[in-house]
Design a protein around this ligand. Sequence first.
Ligand code: NI
Length: 170
Amino acid sequence: MAIREIRILGDPVLRQKAEPLAAVDPETRQLIADMFDTMYDADGVGLAAPQVGVARRVIVVDPRDENVQPFALVNPVIVELGRELARGEEGCLSIPGVKDIVERPATVVVEALDREGAPVHIAAEGLLARVLQHEIDHLDGILFFDRLSPLKRKMLLSRWQKVRPEPKAS
Ligand code: NI
């Protein structure tokens, strides 16, 4: 197993638009395996490739629900967002120590490739719908606090300034 370094807010890769993959090759499967290791090590429910410094459209998800097997998606696309909105608490492994309530569509339909390169179609609600939207946002350089009102975003970022890890001397 290989745990990769999780990039923290301020790292430009988190704001980059990630590139689609042309194929699910062995390198992609290694990336996916490492992303699972990294996500579990950090006790997360989802992780996007840019969070480990790879600007490619890959996410891994495990909502810790006995009815949902952990899965990876390559080149995920949101094809439908429900009209009803739901509020729920979100945090992010790249912004450790701060959380807030985010309003998002309650349901989502996603199309993607799985880790074998086979097409998958997922209709999700509840926590799974939230995690999918949060992780797919990462692929477009969008972070959860971008979904907050300007005032709440400002408050969250000022809390972040107090708890953020010391930038590494390089
Ligand atoms: Ni995140």
